[in-house]
Write a protein that binds this ligand. Sequence first.
Ligand SMILES: Cc1cc2nc3c(=O)[nH]c(=O)nc-3n(C[C@H](O)[C@H](O)[C@H](O)COP(=O)(O)OP(=O)(O)OC[C@H]3O[C@@H](n4cnc5c(N)ncnc54)[C@H](O)[C@@H]3O)c2cc1C
Ligand code: FES
Length: 258
Amino acid sequence: MYKCGVYPVTEKTEISAGIYSYVISCPDVAELAKPGQFAHIKVDGFTLRRPVSICDADKEKGSLRVVFEVRGKGTARLADINVGDKTDIIAPLGNGFTLPESMAPGRRVILAGGGIGVPPLLGVARVMKGNATAILGFKSRERIILAEDFRRAGAEVIICTDDGSAGVRGTVADVLRDESVKGGADGVFACGPEPMLKAVVGECKKSGLNAEVSLEQRMGCGVGACLVCVCRAVRGGEEFMLRVCKDGPVFNGREVMP
Ligand SMILES: Cc1cc2nc3c(=O)[nH]c(=O)nc-3n(C[C@H](O)[C@H](O)[C@H](O)COP(=O)(O)OP(=O)(O)OC[C@H]3O[C@@H](n4cnc5c(N)ncnc54)[C@H](O)[C@@H]3O)c2cc1C
Ligand code: FES
């Protein structure tokens, strides 16, 4: 079930150069939202909405947080919105991450996020409380976002950067290769650029860990009708197509990255 409405922006922060965090007051959407789902946001002057992951939902305050990077004309226009302005959104859309209902003592999940793929994992960290290790990868120190938010949500945070300017030098998959990081993990939830996701799924296959990945795809309707967003998957040796908006955006990593 999703809602379609016009809701006010209550907070706007540029958390890194060209990366914006918005809090939107929308109690009916916040009530339904699950980590990994997305909002389809109307942008003035554009016919097609822009999909942005739900970074966090506060059911008590009735608010939703989204974090996006300016990539092109649509997101640049979106960044013009200010506190007090209204946003037209359809949300929550798609299927989120399959979160465990309970965890055995000492067990945890690994959150693997790269760059602007980090935001949707914050909601997972909040639900998992202290039972999550977040491996957050960025190009360099200046590009780090949301690390403190993950710590406040109770996650153990491991930062890695491509240039070694903060945390471990290397990629999220490099960190995941470390047996001491994987020990006690029940599964991996990942979001980031495709090469990163492929490397993470490859690492999970080697160590027998389940991996769920959130995919990005250009979208039209966002609700399963236009087939603009299909991706290829393999299950039981058979190939088939899935819609990222309706069947995803979160998928079994082994099926979409066989
Ligand atoms: C389910 C989902 C969740 C997303 N969550 C977030 C998020 O939380 N934060 C965030 O910053 N971005 C997110 N994106 C990506 C975001 O939708 C695109 O960056 C945005 O649509 C670009 O619009 P634009 O008009 O600014 O760019 P355009 O002018 O259309 O294009 C600029 C560049 O962005 C690329 N692009 C356009 N649309 C997409 C897309 N859907 N996926 C990947 N690349 C695209 C183009 O190839 C081009 O290189 C998500 C995408 C999906 C499908
Ligand atoms: S965007 Fe229309 S079916 Fe997915």
